[in-house]
Ligand binder design. Structure first.
Ligand SMILES: Cc1ncc(COP(=O)(O)O)c(C=O)c1O
Length: 356
C-alpha cells in the first residue's frame, strides 16, 4: 500500500443526494422526482442552452482560466471591481481552496453544527480542527455562540446564510454583529448559495461587507437559481489582496469554456431568473402548507428547500419515499425537501399523505 497521509482515513466523504439512475437501479422505479439536492427543477434558460451548444464547439481549446469576461460581468452586476471577484468551478472548490489557504494542523475553523457538510470536509482536507457550534433554539445560526467559539488558533469561520439544511437566515444586523465581533485575522466566509431565493425584508447580501473588510468573503453559485449545477461554476467576492492570496491554491483550468459561457449568458436573463424565484416562493409556500395540513411541522424557509420535522422515524419515511421514486434527504429527525415543479411538489405531498 502507498504511504497515505496519516489522517486520510478520518476524512469524511461527501454523500450526495441519490442520483436518479441509482434509485432506478436499486428500487426498480422509473418515474422519479429528485427533491434531494437543492437543484433548480427547470432546465437552463433556452438562451443558455443555445450558448452551451455553441461553446461546446470550442472544447478543443483550454478555457480562460482567469475567467476574464465572466469576472467583468459579475463585477458590473455587483458593483465591484474585477479584482474583487474570483470565479471557480462551483462554490465548493472555492470553499476548499479557502480551507487549504487558511488552515492546517494547529488551526481551527468555526461553523454551525447544523450547516453545509463541506465546512467539515474542507476543514479535514486542510487538517484544521473543526469547532461546531450548536444551532440556536430558534433554529437560526447562533451569532453569539459562534463569536464566542473563536479561539486564538481559529483562522476561518463559515457562515451559511441562508443556512442549509435549516433554510433559516440571519438578517443584516446579525451578520454585521458577527463580523464585528470576530478578530480581523479570522477569515469570515459567508456562503450565499441560496441568496437569490430570500424574501425576508430584513435580509441583505454581505457583498458590501466583503469588499469593505479584508477578512470577509462571500461565495455564490450558478448551481441553484440559474440551474447550472451540472456545469460547475461559482464565484467569490472579497477584498482584492485577500482574494489574490486565497487563489494561490486554486486548481488551474478547473472551469470550462462551456461553464464560463453559460454563466455569462445566464446573467443576461435576470427577468427569467426573477420568474424562477417567484415560482420557488410559491412552491415553498405550497410545500410548507401541505406538510402542515398533514400535521407535520416544518421550518419557514428562505431558500429552495423546506426542512420538515421532527418526524418520528425520518429514516423509514425517507426510505419509503425512495421506494416510490421520491428522492429526499434525511437529516436526523428531519427531512429536507427541495422545492420542485408544481407537479413534483404535488406528487411529493400526495405521497407523503399516503405514507404518513
Ligand atoms: C450552502 C451551500 N454552499 C454551496 C453549495 C455548493 O454549490 P456549488 O454547486 O456551487 O459547489 C451548496 C450546494 O448544495 C450549498 O448548500
Amino acid at each position: 500500500m502507498p504511504a497515505f497521509r496519516k489522517d486520510l482515513s478520518a476524512i469524511g466523504v461527501y454523500t450526495p443526494g441519490k442520483p436518479i439512475e441509482e434509485v432506478m437501479r436499486e428500487y426498480g422505479v422509473t418515474d422519479i422526482v429528485k427533491m434531494a439536492s437543492n437543484e433548480c427543477p427547470q432546465e437552463p434558460f433556452p438562451e443558455v442552452q443555445a450558448t452551451i451548444a455553441a461553446a461546446a464547439r470550442e472544447s478543443h481549446r483550454y478555457p480562460d482560466t482567469g475567467a476574464y469576461n465572466l469576472t467583468n460581468d459579475l463585477a458590473a452586476r455587483h458593483g465591484v471591481h474585477a479584482d474583487q471577484v474570483w470565479v471557480g468551478p462551483g462554490s465548493t472548490p472555492i470553499l476548499v481552496s479557502m480551507a487549504l489557504a487558511m488552515g492546517g494542523p494547529g488551526t481551527s475553523a468555526v461553523f454551525s453544527q447544523q450547516s453545509f457538510i463541506m465546512y467539515t470536509i474542507a476543514s479535514a482536507y486542510a487538517g484544521t480542527e473543526p469547532i461546531r457550534v450548536p444551532i440556536g433554539l430558534d433554529l437560526r445560526l447562533d451569532v453569539d455562540g459562534m463569536a464566542t467559539a473563536v479561539r486564538p488558533d481559529t483562522t476561518v469561520l463559515y457562515l451559511c446564510n441562508p443556512n442549509n439544511p435549516t433554510g433559516t437566515h440571519l438578517g443584516r444586523d446579525n451578520v454585521a454583529r458577527l463580523v464585528d465581533s470576530v478578530p480581523e485575522d479570522v477569515l469570515v466566509v459567508i456562503d450565499e448559495a441560496y441568496e437569490e431565493y430570500v424574501t425576508a425584508p430584513n435580509h441583505a447580501s454581505a457583498i458590501p461587507l466583503a469588499v469593505e473588510r479584508e477578512n470577509v468573503i462571500v461565495t455564490r453559485t450558478f448551481s441553484k437559481v440559474y440551474g447550472l449545477a451540472g456545469l460547475r461554476i461559482g464565484y467569490a467576492i472579497g477584498a482584492a489582496p485577500t482574494l489574490a492570496e486565497l487563489r494561490r491554491l486554486q486548481v488551474p483550468f478547473a472551469t470550462t469554456n462551456v461553464s464560463l459561457a453559460a454563466a455569462r449568458e445566464a446573467l443576461r436573463h435576470q427577468e427569467q431568473m426573477a420568474e424562477r424565484v417567484k415560482a420557488n416562493t410559491a412552491g415553498r409556500d405550497d410545500l410548507a402548507a401541505g406538510m402542515r395540513a398533514l400535521g407535520i411541522d416544518c421550518i419557514d424557509s428562505e431558500t429552495n428547500f423546506v426542512l420538515m420535522g421532527p418526524v418520528s422515524d425520518a429514516a423509514a419515511l425517507t426510505e419509503k419515499l425512495l421506494h416510490v421514486g421520491v428522492i429526499v434527504r434525511q437529516f436526523g429527525d428531519h427531512i429536507r425537501v427541495t422545492v420542485g415543479s408544481p407537479a413534483e411538489n404535488g406528487r411529493f405531498l400526495a405521497t407523503l399523505g399516503e405514507l404518513s
